[in-house]
Design a protein around this ligand. Structure first.
Ligand code: SF4
Length: 260
């Protein structure tokens, strides 16, 4: 499996657990605010971590960490994800999958093979706004996301749906998403952060480097999209997210806010 990042010890990525987080490259969406933009496209060989090194770490930490989180990018794009999850399970870890929900067949297979103990699935926007937020207009992808929602709501595995409440999502949008997962066990509203690459690019005008140039290109590319100016908007106030959580709580079993 291609791995481009390892957080060795996290208390925030797996609810109630101490976990390592493995980041795999590549994503089939292009959310304008993606914090992991450097890894969603093609990555250079030097950005990769040797799989053996990550496995050695996980073997050494058996019994000390509760779980392993597979994140990205979009981990379900990795052809050997199941094999790596199986190793983690064999070593006694709980396994959590972070996914954008675009690969329902992979999600179903992982769950039905008993390889996943918890799934966090992103809802990026109401379906008519996926194109604006994630650059994605394909009906197939949207149907896949609907299928993943329906599968998770069968309750075969503990799950949460989560939305980063970016500045251009309004109350109507969030309530439409809550309605799309009506009856779900948990809906998490996450605070938006201006992406680090935007902050860095704004502060290094006089000191260009290859890395910064590529980040500027990212911003230039994004500027071509209708949502790009929103990159510079401030997050919604915390009180707005709290109010949304109260309103959405009538549609799902539980709503939580994070990052406010
Ligand atoms: S789905 Fe996640 S990893 Fe992919 S572009 Fe969106 S925020 Fe980034």
């Amino acid at each position: 499996m291609r791995i481009v990042g390892l957080v060795k010890n996290s208390v925030v990525d797996y609810p109630g657990k101490i976990a390592a987080v493995i980041f795999s490259p590549g994503c089939n969406l292009d959310c304008y605010y993606c914090q992991n933009r450097p890894i969603i496209g093609p990555v250079k060989p030097e950005q990769s971590l040797p799989e053996a090194e990550v496995f050695a770490f996980l073997q050494k930490r058996r019994g000390l960490l509760d779980g392993v989180v597979f994140s990205g990018g979009e981990p379900t794009l990795q052809a050997d994800l199941a094999a790596v999850m199986r190793k983690a399970k064999d070593w006694g870890y709980l396994v959590k999958l972070d996914t954008n929900g675009t690969n329902p067949a992979v999600l179903r297979t992982m769950v039905e093979q008993g390889l996943v103990d918890y799934v966090a699935m992103d809802l990026k926007a109401p379906f008519h706004k996926y194109a604006m937020i994630c650059g994605e207009k394909s009906n197939t992808i949207l149907d896949n996301i609907r299928e993943s929602i329906a599968f998770l709501m069968t309750g075969k595995v503990p799950y949460e749906f989560r939305t980063t409440v970016v500045p251009e999502l309004n109350e109507e949008d969030v309530l439409a998403m809550a309605a799309a997962i009506k009856g779900a066990r948990l809906y998490v509203l996450q605070q938006y952060r201006v992406p680090d690459f935007v902050k860095r690019a704004g502060s290094v005008e006089a000191n260009p480097s290859v890395k910064v140039a590529s980040e500027r290109q990212d911003i230039a590319d994004l500027t071509a999209r209708a949502s790009a100016p929103q990159l510079l908007l401030a997050p919604h106030p915390p009180a707005f997210l709290r109010a949304l959580a109260r309103k959405a709580s009538g549609l799902v079993e539980k709503v939580e806010t994070r990052g406010i």
